[in-house]
Design a protein. Structure first.
Length: 435
């Protein structure tokens, strides 16, 4: 039985952290700090649940279940295929991969060129180089531990720590008052919902395939050992995420006090870091964004290519990776604002279903012998999440919108939770326990 050294296990944790920590992880924690002000740590408690706790539990759930396909099959094979494909496309070429290029471009290029620079052409050139380099690394998925865990992750962490130390040395105006009524009224719930935007719970369901590949590349053959080391990597990545989010939230809260009015985390960091470090601060910030986004881009291209090669082996892994990189490059040039606006309704539908699946997987010991629990719970959760998303888009009749608004936690964006629990109870009641 092959055992991995503590050093290799740590590198696996670094690798998974690198795959998680990208554009959304950089943007949203400082944005929460700026908007929540002196309520930052209450808001971060909510974000820690959805952006750290759920992703770690997602890694654990999928590892214990034997893969996302196996977990989805407990609902129905058709659901498993559709949900898995939608999840891979959402955190892949349709939303998350393009966001890595568009966000890093916004931070790495416009601040250093003149107002008359051809931004559109520069973005095309940047995305071409960015995805070409990411593709080169992604073509060797079994080497990601060496390339991301050993090299890129330590550099990224060092740069973030330098930025955080700068904010401790010069705290500027300190924390300000909350700038958002949503955070002032319900900071924990608002932080929880903003944690959706990192997409990490969805990513957790699909990254396991790459971590398992890297574990097997180290000579581990027993499935139980692969699961054990994958779970450990998940916990290590979670600890790193929590620490880094806390640093970024503190930086964002300081920015909200010194530069009120920032509307997103990118603007928050753009205001604060140069104020702390001068012109070198802009270079530091650009390096953080480029490295973080590059790491995630590589991980997502690898994960998506591995999965689609598995379900459609007529196209090689290499072909799928090239296809996803090319499509992502095209979508990235649509602009960051458009990508973020499209991600909100999609994630509002997918996230509750993913959370329900994770919860059921962790309760498998108690619900696994009642076959209707999975499909009924997911059905109730999915219908509720679709209805609430349509309500937020203001396309439902007023009477139905009012009814949805009357459910517990609806105003906090968690109205789907009661239907999910009802679905679980109904599923338990409808099925006899199998012996």
């Amino acid at each position: 039985m092959k055992k991995l050294s503590k050093r290799v296990q740590l590198l696996l944790g670094f690798t998974l952290f690198s795959m998680f920590f990208g554009a959304g992880n950089l943007i949203f924690p400082p944005g929460v700090g700026a908007q929540a002000g002196n309520l930052t740590w209450l808001a971060m408690a909510g974000m820690a649940v959805s952006a750290v706790g759920l992703p770690v539990l997602g890694v654990v759930a999928v590892a214990l279940s034997g893969g996302l396909d196996t977990l989805g099959d407990r609902v129905h094979p058709l659901f498993s295929r559709v949900f898995t494909i939608v999840a891979y496309l959402a955190i892949g070429p349709c939303l998350a991969i393009p966001r890595t290029a568009s966000t890093s471009f916004e931070m790495a290029v416009p601040p250093f060129v003149g107002a008359d620079a051809p931004i559109g052409m520069l973005q095309i050139l940047y995305s071409l180089v960015f995805f070409a380099l990411a593709l080169v690394v992604a073509l060797r998925p079994e080497k990601l531990t060496d390339r991301l865990g050993k090299i890129m992750c330590p550099i990224l962490l060092l740069l973030i720590v330098v930025t955080f130390i700068g904010s401790l040395v010069d705290p500027l105006e300190g924390y300000g008052a909350p700038q958002s009524e949503l955070y002032a009224a319900a900071p924990v719930a608002r932080g929880f919902l903003d944690g959706y935007q990192t997409m990490d719970t969805i990513a957790a369901l699909v990254f396991g395939i790459i971590i398992a590949l890297n574990i097997r590349a180290r000579g581990v053959e027993e499935d139980s050992d692969v699961v054990r080391y994958t779970v450990r990597a998940g916990w290590m990545a979670g600890v790193l995420l929590l620490v880094v989010y806390a640093m970024l939230a503190h930086i964002g809260a300081l920015s909200g006090g010194a530069f009120p009015g920032a509307t997103n985390g990118a603007e928050v960091l753009t205001n604060l870091v140069p104020a702390l470090f001068g012109t070198p601060g802009s270079v530091l910030l650009a390096a953080i964004f480029v490295i973080a986004c590059f790491n995630v881009c590589v991980g997502l291209i690898s994960s998506c290519a591995e999965y689609f090669n598995m379900i459609c082996p007529k196209l090689s892994y290499r072909t799928w990776a090239i296809l996803f990189a090319a499509v992502s490059m095209l979508i990235a040039n649509a602009g960051l604002d458009l990508i973020l606006s499209l991600s909100v309704p999609v994630l509002s539908i997918i996230y509750p279903v993913a959370i329900a699946l994770i919860a059921l997987a962790l309760l498998q010991q108690w619900v696994g012998r009642r076959p209707l629990v999975y499909p009924v719970t997911v059905l109730f959760t999915g219908v509720a999440s679709v209805l609430y998303t349509l309500r937020d888009l203001k396309v439902l009749p007023a009477a139905l919108s009012d009814l949805l608004g009357a459910l517990p936690l609806a105003e906090q964006g968690l109205g789907w939770l009661l239907p999910a629990l009802v679905g679980m109870v109904v599923g338990l009641a409808l099925t006899q326990r199998k012996r």
